[in-house]
Design a protein around this ligand. Structure first.
Ligand SMILES: [Mn+2]
Length: 467
């Protein structure tokens, strides 16, 4: 689209020359013929004349709907805009102005942009990118001489940690052999195992003494203080958890405001212009999604920007396969039992699964039950390793799940969560000590009664507040 730049002197030309909009060069309208000649000599189009006179705009416009940018001293602005509007009443107009100037009343339909915005929107992000680039360069230089680099994660690595580790390895230009991704623990959650399988990420389980075999050690999504093991020198820590004690590492980048470490690594990769493969983009996108509950919890602007840039690069088919894990046959039997024994009371679907082979079946079944027509809450309980696990989901526009679960089960064990999902874990020994009995039937009854009482109590409390 052809666009028109109106400015008495050469200010806009200095600022924008060479800029095209959707491939079209601009037409400059200036007051002095000397300025016009200079612009034309540079190969760009310009007209000169009295900018207060509609005549120059009649020469400039072809359709009368070309976008216009105006930069002029405040005292001349009104006259210029009046002349412009006479010729092109519909055209979009953007006025660049100095914020210091007294805000002269502008005709309706005119958009303004303070000149300071160029600093904030153009210069500032570029400066940040330059600083990040310099930091990435320092990190690369420090790790370059090392023969073997160890990239450490927490004991039960989550998707954010795994993705960040893979990203750091890519940033350092290394491979599986020269920079293994490791943990002192093991990956337990099925989704996280599926992530590693589908994205072909190998996580090594190592012992603390094995760290001596590496020339450099980096940590992602975790800090040295989180480990019980005695650690040697740590070269680099990149994390988003608050710094509990001062982190001792040669280099560190800890940003508690961020929703995910994957966001920090995405910024590194983009600043250093490293190509992000489909596999890496999928991992990072999943890392951000799972640490921020799909950007609903603790996601910042930085997380959203990283998310948006990764979204286009990721493989959404893989992502779906990771997020919706396949159900083993034995899960179907557990679910069939749970479905048969469900109870729907005032919009709350309860089901007690009894003893289950692994804990993830309980939240998975709670997710499923929430899809039932007329259900606002699903409360699914089950027993694993001598503990009752209670997973709660709701449709989001009701009371906070975390509040209700805390009120219902907080006195018996660990209980809490967020608006739409929460859980409680109670040792059967504690249940027995408090309530006398912990058979399948008493747990089923107890979960129902306690939950309904907590829900009703909170609802009537809220009702009283409103009244
Ligand atoms: Mn994290």
């Amino acid at each position: 689209m052809r666009y028109v730049l109106v400015c008495p002197d050469d200010f806009l030309h200095q600022l924008l020359h060479g800029t095209t909009v959707a491939g079209d060069p601009p037409l400059y309208l200036v007051a002095e013929s000397g300025v016009r000649t200079r612009i034309a000599r540079g190969g760009e189009q310009a007209l000169s004349g009295n900018l207060d006179d509609p005549a120059i705009y009649r020469r400039a416009f072809r359709t009368g709907r070309e976008a216009v940018v105006v930069a002029a001293p405040a005292e001349r602005l009104t006259k210029i805009l009046t002349a412009l509007r006479t010729v092109a009443p519909q055209t979009p107009i953007l006025v660049l102005r100095d914020q210091e100037e007294s805000p002269a009343a502008l005709p309706p339909g005119v958009t303004t942009l303070p000149i300071s915005a160029f600093g904030e929107r153009v210069l500032q992000p570029e400066l940040e990118r330059a600083a990040l680039r310099a930091r990435v360069e320092r990190i690369r230089q420090h790790f370059a001489p090392a023969e073997r680099v160890l990239i450490m994660m927490q004991d039960d690595p989550d998707p954010d940690a795994i993705a960040s580790a893979l990203a750091l390895r890519t940033l350092l230009g290394r491979n599986r052999a020269s920079a293994p991704i490791a943990t002192f623990g093991t990956i337990t959650r099925p989704e996280n195992r599926t992530m590693c399988r589908i994205l072909d990420i190998e996580v090594e389980e190592i012992r603390a003494w094995a760290m001596d075999e590496y020339d450099r050690v980096a940590m992602v999504d975790v800090q040295p203080g989180f480990f019980q093991e005695r650690l040697g020198q740590v070269d680099l820590v990149i994390d988003h958890h608050p710094e509990d004690r001062t982190v001792r590492a040669l280099m560190k980048d800890i940003r508690p405001a961020y929703g995910a470490t994957s966001t920090i690594l995405t910024e590194y990769l983009r600043a250093a212009e490293v190509k992000i493969s489909q596999r890496l983009a999928t991992a990072l996108l999943y890392g951000i999604k799972s640490d921020t509950l799909h950007l609903e919890r603790g996601g910042t602007r930085a997380d959203m920007e990283a998310f948006a840039s990764l979204y286009l690069l990721a493989n959404h088919n893989w992502l779906r396969r990771i997020e919706r894990p396949e159900l083993p046959q034995e899960a179907l039997d557990v679910f069939a039992h749970g479905l048969a024994r469900r109870q729907l009371i005032r919009g709350v679907l309860f089901s007690h699964l009894g003893a289950v082979p692994y804990v993830d079946l309980i939240p998975q079944f709670a997710d499923l039950c929430l899809q039932v027509e007329g259900v606002e809450w699903s409360v699914v309980s089950g027993v694993v390793n001598g503990e009752a696990h209670i997973s709660v989901r709701n449709v989001g526009y009701v009371k906070s799940a975390g509040d209700v679960v805390r009120a219902a089960f907080g006195d018996l064990g660990a209980a809490g969560g967020h608006r739409a999902m929460a859980k409680a874990v109670i040792r059967l020994a504690d249940w027995r000590a408090e309530l006398g009995d912990a058979t399948a039937e008493t747990v089923r009854q107890g979960v129902m009664e306690r939950f309904l009482r907590a829900l009703g109590g909170l609802e009537s409390a809220a009702g009283n507040e409103r009244g």
